[in-house]
Design a protein around this ligand. Structure first.
Ligand SMILES: *[C@@H]1O[C@H](CO)[C@@H](O)[C@H](O)[C@H]1NC(C)=O
Ligand SMILES: *[C@@H]1O[C@H](CO)[C@@H](O)[C@H](O)[C@H]1NC(C)=O
Ligand SMILES: *[C@@H]1O[C@H](CO)[C@@H](O)[C@H](O)[C@H]1NC(C)=O
Ligand SMILES: *[C@@H]1O[C@H](CO)[C@@H](O)[C@H](O)[C@H]1NC(C)=O
Ligand SMILES: *[C@@H]1O[C@H](CO)[C@@H](O)[C@H](O)[C@H]1NC(C)=O
Ligand SMILES: *[C@@H]1O[C@H](CO)[C@@H](O)[C@H](O)[C@H]1NC(C)=O
Ligand SMILES: *[C@@H]1O[C@H](CO)[C@@H](O)[C@H](O)[C@H]1NC(C)=O
Ligand SMILES: *[C@@H]1O[C@H](CO)[C@@H](O)[C@H](O)[C@H]1NC(C)=O
Ligand SMILES: *[C@@H]1O[C@H](CO)[C@@H](O)[C@H](O)[C@H]1NC(C)=O
Ligand SMILES: *[C@@H]1O[C@H](CO)[C@@H](O)[C@H](O)[C@H]1NC(C)=O
Length: 516
């Protein structure tokens, strides 16, 4: 397929009101960690332990978006990107997490940010929880955090406060970002805040978290986070939705999978189990009111909590859309061996290579990310089929380029690897819409800026904008940013005009051809 034809196809296939955007998260970009009354969150505490983050880096300053957002809005404007996903830092507006203790300076900051975005014609999409839980709920004695069921009520109060305070400006709410990541990595593997895990996972388990249990805690924490989501959606619907006219949902990260041995039926079956253990863990409760059968059948010893009748009823239908964060896929191999934690309860293991050594896709700069665009279309189809054809927003998709952080800035701007990744994934999404009739309503590229990539610190870059950490955080748009600009612009036309196509061919002369 030629590029111009491809763009013409996209334009005619996607809904007229398709939302193009970029995504960010407060802790990764804002910095300003100790100014104007912001309270501490569990990531502030977690990163204060040497050896936790690459080169002991911290997000104290990060991209300093807190002070520099006008510049970042300018970048969005230059590129003509009409939607920005941001998250609210809970402790910037409620320093102890508690709604009886409001930090007006924090509220003012978000009002200014939202006003500036709206004035620039950019629609803010707001995540309420992107992992930065108030440190007060990280009981220093027992590191309870999401293990404490009462945190769900605290979250609901915080959400209520946000709907009430910002709801006249914000029409798209995302309650939770990637519950699987902050619970499995935070309470199973222990390398994300709050850093809990069973001692067998490593010496760090006891060091910060004061212990943990990888067999049980990820399921308990995730359970409480799902309850928090259900309560917040209930609050929005009962008190605000009618008057404010917005929409609410959550976003779920999920890899897709392929069978490790194509001739093994059990490996094919493991694919479905793998996706049920990721997307289904949070998708099923929202749509059906209970956990996937794939999980309840396999998680032994009563370790997976169950929702009681009223909570199940509250969860069921607690979404206006389903969200997806898709980055990668892996091969999966059925083991048949009952597990004792999320990592192997599914009775399969995952691998980047299959039984005959074929790599599923090139490695990005992140150890967990192999590039596999077909998995994107397949998971979109999986969600459509399992959940009765919901509206879907892709809230994250993006890549780190191999070796990008080692390149001098001028060379890092030529991010062909990212351009290919983004283009190939968008084409898979278009195929999902065109051929599989999946109702995808929007696509948010992760990320607007290079930023604090959790345990990888600043060593791994996901931005379409380069941030020079050695030169006063100077921002420079990368080639992928201009590609995205051209893409969005072309798609604004009803048909790909020849002018745009020529401009694009010129711009994309380094991209591999698409007619392979
Ligand atoms: C990080 O901190 C640890 C513990 O203090 C130290 O051993 C290590 O050298 C530090 N790493 C860097 C890159 O400073
Ligand atoms: C805030 O943190 C910075 C380090 O990022 C430090 O230099 C500064 O002293 C701190 N300010 C206050 C008021 O604690
Ligand atoms: C923290 O946990 C300990 C042990 O469970 C408990 O005694 C204490 O009351 C908790 N503190 C707070 C502030 O919740
Ligand atoms: C930890 O503290 C929280 C909050 O005080 C409490 O609800 C929970 O039961 C405690 N957990 C343990 C294991 O002590
Ligand atoms: C974790 O909990 C399970 C189930 O209650 C128990 O069998 C196991 O011994 C616990 N492991 C640790 C490390 O505490
Ligand atoms: C591994 O993947 C390659 C490429 O898709 C395929 O040709 C081969 O049959 C696969 N091997 C097995 C054992 O599934
Ligand atoms: C059901 O579960 C929720 C959340 O765990 C709890 O608040 C509620 O009291 C429970 N209802 C009953 C009837 O047990
Ligand atoms: C793949 O599975 C088939 C069927 O069980 C088996 O005959 C074959 O040896 C397997 N291939 C590899 C490379 O494991
Ligand atoms: C950009 O990178 C591509 C592939 O890595 C290379 O072919 C091309 O020459 C580079 N362009 C510039 C202007 O450096
Ligand atoms: C760094 O950038 C900021 C924001 O653009 C600017 O206000 C400041 O003057 C710059 N500092 C230096 C030392 O160039």
């Amino acid at each position: 397929m030629l590029l111009s034809l491809a763009l013409g196809t996209i334009a005619s296939v996607l809904p007229k009101d398709f939302k193009w955007g970029t995504a960010t998260a407060a802790f990764q970009v804002e910095g300003a960690w100790n100014v104007s009354g912001r309270g501490q969150c569990i990531w502030d505490y977690f990163q204060s332990f040497p050896g936790r983050i690459y080169m002991n880096e911290t997000a104290h300053v990060a991209d300093d978006l807190y002070h520099r957002y006008p510049q970042d809005i300018q970048i969005m404007n230059t590129l003509g990107i009409p939607n920005l996903r941001v998250s609210i830092s809970w402790t910037r507006i409620l320093p102890t997490g508690d709604v009886n203790n409001v930090n007006q300076a924090g509220v003012d900051f978000y009002n200014q940010l939202f006003d500036a975005l709206l004035a620039a014609g950019i629609t803010p999409w707001v995540t309420l929880f992107h992992w930065d839980l108030p440190q007060t709920y990280n009981n220093f004695t027992n590191q309870s955090t999401w293990l404490n069921p009462d945190v769900a009520n605290k979250f609901n109060d915080y959400a209520d406060f946000c709907f009430n305070t910002f709801g006249n400006k914000i029409k798209h709410w995302i309650t939770m970002n990637e519950i699987q990541t902050f619970t499995w990595i935070g309470y199973g593997v222990g390398t994300h805040a709050p850093g809990r895990c069973s001692p067998s996972w490593g010496s760090w388990c006891a060091e910060i978290g004061g212990g943990g249990n990888s067999s049980t805690e990820p399921y308990i924490a995730a359970h409480n986070a799902l309850i928090a989501h259900a309560l917040a959606v209930q609050t929005y619907r009962n008190k605000y939705q009618k008057a404010q006219g917005g929409k609410i949902g959550m976003t779920i990260s999920s890899a897709y999978a392929e069978p490790w041995n194509i001739s093994e039926p059990q490996d094919h079956n493991a694919v479905d189990v793998a996706v049920a253990f990721q997307y289904g863990w949070f998708g099923d409760p929202q749509v059906f009111g209970h956990y996937p059968k794939e999980m309840t059948d396999r998680i032994t010893g009563g370790r997976l909590p169950a929702f009681n009748e009223s909570m199940s009823a509250l969860l069921k239908g607690s979404y206006d859309f389903l969200g997806l964060n898709y980055y990668t896929s892996s091969y999966v191999h059925y083991t048949g061996v009952p597990g004792d934690n999320f990592g192997n309860d599914g009775r399969f293991w995952s691998s980047a290579t299959n039984a005959t050594g074929h790599l599923i896709g090139p490695y990005a700069d992140s150890t967990w990310l192999n590039v596999y665009p077909p998995g994107f279309r397949k998971i979109l189809r999986w969600i459509k089929n399992r959940y009765n054809d919901p509206h879907i927003y892709v809230f994250e998709n993006g890549v780190s380029c191999p070796g990008e952080s080692q390149l001098p800035p001028a060379l890092a701007l030529n991010d062909t690897f990212r351009m290919n990744y983004v283009f190939d994934h968008i084409m898979e999404m278009v195929d999902a819409v065109l051929h599989d009739k999946v109702k995808v309503k929007g696509y948010f590229l992760w990320s607007l800026l290079d930023n604090f990539e959790w345990t990888d610190g600043f060593n791994v870059r996901f931005g379409i904008t380069y941030v020079d950490y050695n030169n006063n955080l100077t921002r420079t748009i990368k080639d992928s940013g201009y590609m995205y600009q051209n893409l969005i612009q072309s798609l604004g036309e009803t048909t790909g005009s020849s002018e745009n196509s020529i401009g694009l061919s010129e711009r994309f002369k380094n991209l591999r051809t698409l007619d392979e």
